[in-house]
Design a protein around this ligand. Structure first.
Ligand code: SF4
Length: 256
């Protein structure tokens, strides 16, 4: 069985909280977020088919140095069969597995959790849970044949509910992007949604244009200042008790 991969980072200390991990970049994604920094994975450019066993053999070499593998994309659950096989083989190696997902496929995330293949799930929440804002943030506004915004938010909410009830480690997170999800009210609305679902933790990430964006115009937008994220984080903390911000300037900071 094969996987379509954009590459592997052998060793990373920033992609899996508490672990030194390898990172696997899987190709394909149902979204087209204009600020996406992984457009080659979304468009499947520079992707390569590789046998699952070959990918795992390559990761196995890193095992003396890593305790986890972060599987990201793109949207990894697009390639469900290969993903399951890879996770099963990695589990046999005794490493922890983190999945980064956009939440579009709740049943697939549920299946992976039920099979005991995941130890940590990070879910991207792209916008407040209003259909128009969500569909715009994921770049599908006006696209023919696209599930509408209501369907998108239903799916992401279902993914969050699955994770909240699973008991596994999680990270609900939002990238703060000028013009899309930036206003304090929008971020507080997401925080309220998370609190209502039982989450006590929320991560705000800084949009970073310097490595290119799927929509070129976003490369002209400035990264939100760290101080702005911190200010918003303080207000979020009134709703969700545990808030972390991630910026180029200061890395990861707990908001206190
Ligand atoms: S940022 Fe959006 S388009 Fe890019 S990989 Fe993530 S979900 Fe897909």
């Amino acid at each position: 069985m094969k996987l379509l991969l954009g590459g592997i980072t052998e060793i990373s200390t920033i992609d899996y909280p508490g672990h030194t991990a390898s990172v696997v970049y899987m190709c394909g994604c149902p979204y087209r977020c204009p600020f996406c920094q992984n457009s080659t994975l979304v468009d499947k450019k520079d992707c390569r088919e590789i046998e699952v066993t070959e990918a795992v053999s390559r990761l196995r070499v890193n095992i003396p140095l890593i305790t986890g593998v972060c599987i990201t994309g793109g949207e990894p659950t697009v390639q469900m069969d290969g993903l399951i096989k890879m996770c099963k083989l990695l589990k046999k190696e005794g490493v922890k597995i983190k999945l980064d997902t956009n939440g579009y496929y709740p049943k697939r995330v549920n299946e992976l959790i039920d099979m005991g293949l995941l130890d940590f799930v990070a879910v991207d929440i792209k916008a407040p849970f209003t259909p128009e804002k969500y569909v715009r943030a994921v770049g599908l506004e006006g696209v023919d044949g696209v599930r509408d915004g209501k369907e998108l938010i239903k799916r992401v909410a279902a993914t969050l509910e699955i994770i909240a009830s699973s008991g596994i480690d999680f990270e609900p997170r939002t990238t703060v992007v000028p013009g899309l999800v930036y206003k304090k009210d929008d971020i507080l609305a997401i925080a309220n949604f998370l609190r209502d679902k039982g989450f006590d933790y929320y991560v705000l990430q800084q949009f970073r244009p310097e490595n290119g964006c799927l929509e070129r115009e976003y490369e002209n937008y400035a990264a939100p200042p760290r101080d702005y994220l911190f200010d918003v984080g303080r207000e979020v903390r009134e709703i969700v008790p545990d808030v972390l911000i991630r910026t180029k300037e200061n890395g990861e900071e707990n908001v206190s």
